[in-house]
Design a protein around this ligand. Structure first.
Ligand code: FAD
Ligand code: SIN
Length: 519
């Protein structure tokens, strides 16, 4: 079955939805998304969206904070674009109906997070992402040109490769003609032909055993583009959030927002002693890479599985007003934050690297844009500044839309695309092979490619992953496609890219921290 659309959007988080609304006046838009339409990293964003909105703050300060957090590897031109255009994009979110908390006087209640020199985080309680996603979907549902297909899983983008031509990473003009997508309700793989395609598939937290990301975050878009011979970068920079609620039985891990530290929460060891002052003068509000590494070090020195976040001294009423979701979660887990300290551990949270795009979100493949967490714009460098990612997504969704609107006018559908070839494949004999391999990937990545790395650990991870890669490719060749099989394939690809990029970067920088041993 073949369908045609002017604008194909893969993913329904902030990146995909913001872009869809912008292009919808200029042609037909098809959004495909692999789970419920609101399921996304976006939905779980807590802290908020960083933007310069009051006179005491300035674009210059926000640029500077971003550059410092990025440890010298940010693209300064991109940082300026995001910060300077971000204010207008955030105002658009407000115009479409996203609510952000205000003070009694009517001005926005701007919070502070690690690495920010000013209070500039716009938030809706501690459920900012849920609110943004709600507002965007509400607009999407009311637009006649937009169709949302939920429970549709994108397997691969379509390029010249599917017309029998040889395509390599050096091929100069690869074109994207749409995507093969699995309707998970019927089990049929359909062809969507598109004049232009947006990859907005989000992050890849589930390549690690412990993550704050919902289960959709399996790096599908990055893996699809890599397989199609598009270029990726900065994959070694996986950000671990310092404070997820310690509960080994819960996956994903529940996030305790950095805004709680911004509100006065203090990190302490199991002995109750504050320890961040040993590591950084900004203490609990140092940038994330520093805090996560300090926690990791403390846990290793003491042989403990967690540290504490102490909120007992904070104003109870204010805390509950600002963080109702976190408060309820703690109480339901038997932790009253005003009586006991909250046990926390770092968890994989945000992938700074991804699909290489230019300043208009154009990838290295023609007619293929990438926006949001799956893209690498150059904004984050070696470490993302807190609450900069929602901002990045709206800025680049806007820029991608402007260019995509122009490019659909000059592009025709490719009419020669064959249907999905399922010949020689059958249902898997044992699903356990897939679930067990996924666990193995996550264990390899967590044990050897976590917050602290070494050449030896990376080599070991590479060798172990290679075995899984070979096994899974053999399985993929003979098995009917399913989300679980494809996600495993994508996770193996993401793991490989993280390890490969980590091996190439010999020195420690930002989120990539290498220990060296004497020979
Ligand atoms: P997502 O919102 O993850 O959306 C990806 C979409 O793609 C989903 O709809 C998914 O189902 C779909 N998809 C994926 N693969 C496929 C496929 N193969 N086929 C079809 N559909 C597919 N950032 C901030 O700036 N501020 C915060 O306060 C903040 N808090 C966070 C808290 C948590 C717990 C988490 C996990 C992240 C947080 N982040 C925060 C990061 C931020 O939420 C994400 O980076 C951002 O929302 C990513 O948006 P996105 O649109 O790129 O991807
Ligand atoms: C948080 O609320 O701590 C998450 C913010 C972010 O990831 O940007």
């Amino acid at each position: 079955m073949q369908q045609k659309t002017d604008f194909l959007v893969i993913g329904s988080g902030i990146a995909g939805l913001s872009y869809a609304l912008k292009v919808a006046e200029h042609g037909s838009v098809t959004i495909i998304t692999k789970s419920n339409e609101d399921e996304s990293n976006t939905k779980y964003a807590q802290g908020g969206i960083a933007a310069v909105l009051y006179n005491g703050d300035s674009h210059q300060k926000h640029v500077q904070d971003t550059l410092i957090a990025g440890a010298g590897l940010c693209d300064e031109k991109i940082v300026k674009i995001v910060v300077e255009e971000g204010t207008a994009r955030v105002k658009e979110l407000i115009e479409i109906g996203a609510n952000f908390d205000k003070k009694p006087g009517g001005e926005y209640d701007l919070a502070k997070e690690g690495g920010h020199s000013e209070s500039r985080i716009l938030h809706y309680k501690d459920t900012t992402g849920y609110e943004i996603e709600r507002a965007l979907l509400n607009k999407i549902h009311n637009h006649k040109n937009i169709t949302v297909y939920d429970h549709y899983f994108a397997i691969d983008i379509i390029t010249e490769h599917h017309l029998g031509k040889e395509v390599t990473s050096k091929t100069p003009d690869i074109n994207c003609f749409g995507a093969y997508v699995l309707n998970t309700r019927t089990g049929k793989t359909e062809t969507i032909l598109a004049k232009t395609t947006l990859m907005a598939t989000g992050g890849a937290g589930h390549v690690y055993a412990t993550t704050t990301n919902p289960i959709i975050a399996t790096g599908d878009g990055i893996a699809m583009v890599y397989r199609a011979k598009g270029h990726v970068r900065d994959m070694e920079f996986m950000q671990f959030h310092p404070t997820s609620l310690y509960n080994p039985n819960e996956n994903p891990s529940f996030l305790i927002s950095e805004a709680v530290r911004g509100y006065g929460g203090v990190l302490r060891g199991i002995d109750g002693k504050e320890f961040m002052s040993k590591y950084d003068k900004r203490e609990s509000l140092a940038p994330r890479d520093i805090v996560a590494r300090a926690i990791d070090t403390e846990m290793k020195i003491r042989g403990e599985d967690f540290v504490y976040l102490d909120c007992r001294h904070l104003d109870r009423k204010g805390f509950i007003e600002h963080f109702p979701n976190i408060y309820n979660k703690c109480m339901n887990s038997g932790i009253d934050p005003f009586k006991t300290m909250i046990p926390v551990v770092p968890a994989a949270h945000y992938l700074c690297g991804g699909i290489i795009v230019d300043e208009n979100a154009k990838s290295t493949i023609n007619n293929l844009f990438a926006v949001g967490e799956c893209a690498a714009t150059g904004l984050h460098g070696a470490n993302r500044l807190a609450s900069n990612s929602l901002l990045e997504a709206v800025v680049f969704a806007h820029r991608a839309a402007l260019l995509a609107i122009k490019s659909v006018k000059k592009t025709e559908y490719n009419q020669n695309i064959p249907d999905w070839d399922a010949e020689g494949t059958d249902n898997p004999e044992e699903m356990i092979l897939i679930t067990q391999s996924k666990r193995e990937v996550q264990q390899i990545m967590s044990n050897y490619v976590g917050i602290v790395r070494s050449e030896l650990r990376l080599k070991r991870a590479f060798d172990r992953l290679e075995i899984l890669y070979k096994e899974n490719e053999a399985l993929y060749e003979k098995t009917t496609v399913s989300p679980k099989l494809c996600e495993l394939r994508n996770l193996i690809c993401i793991g490989y890219l993280i390890i490969k990029h980590a091996m190439l970067r010999k020195e420690s920088v930002g989120l990539h921290y290498m220990v060296k041993y004497e020979k």
